[in-house]
Write a protein that binds this ligand. Structure first.
Ligand code: OSB
Ligand code: MG
Length: 369
């Protein structure tokens, strides 16, 4: 692949409703959209870093810096054989996985188009529809949460996840359980607790949750194994897993039984596929996490989730759950069986709406070979 041009845009787009987690409230999603041209073919990538360093240390500003000053020059400097060679090309930069994944995404889009295939098929996807759920932020009260949960269930979501934080946990989980009946339900703590909170999670064990996502430290694996030993409910790790090695370690010591795969968090699609392959061999189910992406990032996630090991519903909701008007056409819509259809056009299989993208762009920079 001869990479000819890379354009970065810092964008800001309003969510349909504020999204509150244990680390903060998001009302507008800021991110970076990369447009890469190689061999005359255009590919798109979305950076999942947020404006603030609440979920991870990366931010839109750190990603912009690392992209402009290190990753883009490294990519424009010499041709690349295949997108799977991107992690090695970027190996001279420590960390900054979300920045790295942004460019790799666009390269996969291009490579699949060059092969005349959808990205899903190109990476070995086996599903035409992927099972999905919805992730619901912390609400003003448990009663309000029950209403919101019921609305999403009525809209067709067959798996509900609620965010929890200290003081807003057991009562919320109980209210959500009453509201959903026996619909699969799970909680995500985004690292808000310590091992001293084990009794709280033992009480949650009674609610028949599908899993408890990332209860302890954002960089912890060891303490999670101590908690998992005390629970029947599977623990799922999100924040702590940055590579296939992390996933192997976590599964081997019994820190979790399920892994949430986010391509941005593990440094790109190549590493995400490696985590998937490892978990599949280990017999551990995985699901595709989300970061409130626009349709550009969502299309990549949907392709990833079409791989055979993604047996649990992903945080991949319809476009209208996040944004009034998505940046792509057609927008993602929820099927009655709580799935999203995997686009079958070449590459990502969605069209980026240039006027929408222009309308949300705050800053733009173009780099040429
Ligand atoms: O922990 O899974 C998370 C959103 C932003 C940052 C972290 C997380 C989330 C979500 C939303 O849960 C998932 C989605 O995109 O629907
Ligand atoms: Mg999570």
């Amino acid at each position: 692949m001869n990479i000819e041009q890379i354009e970065l845009r810092h964008i800001r787009i309003s969510l349909v409703s504020p999204f509150e987690t244990s680390f903060g409230v998001t009302t507008d999603r800021e991110s970076i959209i990369a447009r890469v041209i190689a061999d005359g073919v255009t590919g798109w990538g979305e950076c999942v870093a947020d404006a603030a360093p609440g979920y991870s240390y990366e931010t839109v500003t750190t990603a912009w810096h690392v992209l402009c000053d290190y990753l883009i020059p490294a990519l424009l400097g010499a041709p690349l054989n295949h997108p799977r060679d991107t992690p090695a090309r970027f190996g001279f930069v420590r960390g900054h996985n979300m920045a790295k994944a942004t460019l790799e995404a666009a390269l996969w889009d291009i490579a699949a188009q060059q092969a005349g295939q959808s990205l899903a098929r190109y990476i070995g996807g086996v599903r035409e529809r992927v099972p999905v759920g919805v992730s619901i932020g912390i609400q003003p009260s448990s009663d309000r949460l029950a209403e919101v949960v019921s609305q999403y269930r009525q809209a067709g979501y067959g798996r509900i996840k609620i965010k929890i934080k200290p003081g807003r946990d057991l009562a919320d989980a109980r209210a959500a359980r009453r509201a959903v009946g026996d619909t699969p339900l799970m909680v995500d703590a985004n690292s808000a607790y310590t091992l001293a909170d084990a009794p709280l999670f033992q009480e949650m064990d009674e609610l028949g949750l599908l899993m408890i996502e990332q209860p302890l430290g954002y960089d912890d694996i060891y303490q999670h194994h101590k908690l998992q030993r005390q629970l029947r409910t599977p623990i799922c790790l999100d924040e702590s897993i940055h590579s296939a090695d992390d996933a192997r370690f976590a599964l081997e010591i019994g820190a979790c039984r399920i892994i949430n795969i986010k391509q941005g968090r593990v440094g790109g699609l190549t590493n995400a596929i490696a985590v998937h392959d490892l978990c599949r061999q280990a017999g551990a189910p995985v699901w595709c996490g989300g970061m409130l992406e626009t349709g550009i990032g969502r299309a990549l996630n949907v392709a990833l989730a079409s791989l055979p090991g993604f047996t649990l519903p992903g945080d991949l909701s319809a476009s209208n759950r996040y944004y009034q008007r998505d940046l792509i056409d057609p927008p993602f819509a929820l099927n009655p069986d709580s799935t999203l259809s995997v686009p079958d056009g070449p590459g990502l299989g969605v069209t980026v709406l240039q006027d929408r993208l222009d309308a949300v762009t705050l800053r733009r920079e173009t780099f040429r070979r």
